[in-house]
Design a protein around this ligand. Structure first.
Ligand SMILES: [Zn+2]
Ligand SMILES: [Zn+2]
Length: 346
């Protein structure tokens, strides 16, 4: 029996503010009803991403308020909207940051739907996963490989997928050296992909000096060298990915880069400016600096089976839905080991 008109619990953002003010509020809302081609998903787990901090604190404000944040969603299909048939009721699916793209703009036609002019982003333009239910177009949901538990699968959907995209854009190859700046949700997955795909490559990890837990995790996952953000590594980096939310590591990464190398920045916004670059030291010799923006469905479709094949073992810290503010504050302070995930339904 399809039940409509029920109520659900959700953590809602009404107004942007510093996250320390606990801006997400637990409310009862009507359960969403799937429209044409959509599915309604009962949410089991939702990952907590740094982008939510950017939304809450106004650097990337939601396009309307109130908004239910959250774009690393794992749940089961609970009902189908008219015309939907790709999934069956009960199928386990994931929903990621890309919620919808037009399919017709020059970017979509080139396979770059991550740059679509009118794309919608989950938990920013439409309600996301900090709730018991959500709806999405069936074309923007993915089967979740069996081997992952719900809580493990959640961080694969953003931290994993965008990390995979960043690794691809970095130009990493076997035998080369990859630098990772910041070692949180995304980097701890990227190192596992890099070690699998490039067994003769090296991975150097840079963290804040006091982040012993992050350093221990990096060591356990096979980092070839671990140092502080300002340290000079034992060899130049052929490529680097900057996962930090601040500006200074970009300059550090460029300084440590080999000639012809590339630094990829994996952050939707920086909370502090990138300091002035010196052309000779940071850019000369064909060094490149590139951002990674959003994800495509292809990124998710390629990454999820690869994650199962490796297999990736995401490290997660679990919070209750009501404790989403607390999870976000800890994320802001760099006090999450691996990825934070909200457990929403038993
Ligand atoms: Zn994210
Ligand atoms: Zn488009």
């Amino acid at each position: 029996m399809q039940r409509e008109g029920g109520k659900m619990k959700a953590m809602v953002l009404d107004e942007t503010s510093a996250v320390e003010q606990m801006p997400l509020k637990l409310v009862d809302l009507p359960e969403p009803v799937p429209g044409r081609g959509q599915i309604r998903v009962r949410v089991f787990a939702c990952g907590v991403c740094h982008t939510e901090l950017d939304e809450i604190e106004g650097r990337v404000p939601p396009s309307s308020l109130p908004m239910i944040l959250g774009h690393e969603i794992v749940g089961r299909v609970e009902s189908l909207g008219p015309g939907a048939g790709r999934f069956k009721k009960g199928n386990r699916v994931g929903i990621a940051w890309i919620n919808w793209a037009c399919g017709r703009c020059p970017f979509c036609l080139k396979g770059e739907e991550n740059l679509c002019d009118t794309a919608k982003w989950t938990g920013k333009d439409v309600d996301g996963g900090y709730a018991q239910y959500t709806v999405v177009s069936e074309d923007f949901a993915y089967p979740i490989p069996e081997r992952f538990a719900d809580l493990e699968a959640a961080p694969l959907l953003c931290a994993g997928v965008i990390g995979y995209r960043a690794l691809r854009l970095s130009g990493m190859e076997n035998g080369r050296i990859l630098g990772l700046y910041g070692f949180g949700a995304s980097a701890h997955i990227v190192i596992q992909v890099a070690k699998y795909k490039y067994p003769n490559g090296k991975v150097f990890v840079f963290t804040r000096p006091n982040q012993k837990e992050h350093q221990d995790l990096a060591r356990r996952l096979g980092a070839d060298w671990i140092g502080a953000t300002g340290d000079a590594p034992p060899a130049k980096l052929d490529c680097a990915i900057d996962f930090t939310p601040v500006g200074e590591p970009v300059r550090q990464a460029l300084r440590n880069l080999e000639k012809g190398g590339r630094v990829v920045m994996n952050a939707i916004r920086k909370t502090t400016p990138i300091p002035e670059l010196d052309y000779a030291e940071h850019l000369w010799h064909e060094k490149e600096l590139k951002s990674v923006a959003n994800v495509t469905r292809r990124d998710a479709q390629e990454f999820l089976p690869l994650a199962a094949e490796i297999p990736i073992v995401p490290e997660v810290e679990v919070f209750r839905l009501n404790d989403a503010n607390e999870a976000l504050i800890r994320l802001k302070e760099g006090r999450i080991r691996g990825a934070a995930v909200l457990k929403i339904t038993e």
